[in-house]
Ligand binder design. Structure first.
Ligand SMILES: Cc1cc2nc3c(=O)[nH]c(=O)nc-3n(C[C@H](O)[C@H](O)[C@H](O)COP(=O)(O)O)c2cc1C
Length: 214
């Protein structure tokens, strides 16, 4: 009984951790709205000045789905192509409160690690201040690689090509949402892999900073 207050505090702490560890359930993406394609292409551009204004969950939903969501759920096929349909790319969504993995099957963001890790998304000063960074990571296990030594330059090149399609989807979705963005190779890939404790079969390919104009 002496330990009762301690146990009560402990259970509150566990409960709050549990509550915070919830995934972000994304609303249905708006697949019928948005900007006409030719207008989005006209407005696609890179920007490096962002305000800290947060995105809504609807915007996150639209962006994740446009980038790498299922557009043919029955056959588990996506908005972007991938070589031999390996779909080895994973979309990490880095927000102020934590790092999430986009779960296309359930259209939600699964929490991978709590805390503000935006500074791990790149070395340019705007990266850690913008509200959202996407990090495109190849999970070579999904490309039938079993050991890190089996990863060839061809695997990496293929994942870069696959990422290019996803990143362009993100660019067009940002244009449609009135958001600014820039795709980036300048990220300390090993530091990001390490802080998230990713397996040696995970390889960061590119990052993409997203937000409102400053
Ligand atoms: C593969 C790739 C890597 C890039 N890496 C960076 C980067 O690390 N930092 C950055 O500020 N811009 C980066 N960019 C953005 C380019 O600088 C930008 O696309 C280019 O200047 C043309 O501008 P635009 O996108 O507005 O047409 C990258 C673009 C690509 C395609």
């Amino acid at each position: 009984m002496k330990n009762l207050p301690f146990l009560i505090i402990l259970s509150f702490l566990s409960l709050s951790t549990l509550l915070r560890a919830q995934p972000i359930e994304l609303p249905e993406p708006d697949k019928s709205g948005g900007m006409p394609l030719m207008q989005a292409l006209s407005e696609r551009s890179s920007s490096r000045e962002f305000s800290s204004k947060e995105l809504t969950n609807q915007q996150l939903s639209n962006l994740c789905w446009a980038a790498w969501g299922y557009n043919r759920k029955d056959s588990k096929k996506r908005t972007a192509p991938s070589s031999m349909n390996k779909q080895e790319m994973e979309l990490y969504v880095v927000l102020k409160d934590g790092v999430y993995l986009y779960n296309a099957e359930n259209h939600r963001l699964d929490l991978i690690k709590e805390g503000d890790l935006r500074s791990y998304c790149g070395n340019q000063d705007f990266v850690a201040k913008a509200p959202v960074n996407f990090v495109y990571v190849a999970n070579m296990k999904k490309a039938d690689v079993k050991e890190p030594e089996e990863i060839t330059p061809e695997h990496i090149a293929t994942s870069h090509a696959n990422t290019g399609f996803i990143a362009q989807n993100t660019y067009l979705a940002c244009a449609s949402e009135g958001l600014e963005c820039v795709v980036r190779a300048w990220i300390d890939k090993e530091a990001f892999e390490k802080v998230l404790n990713l397996s040696p079969l995970h390889k960061v390919i590119l990052a993409h900073t997203i937000g409102y104009a400053k």
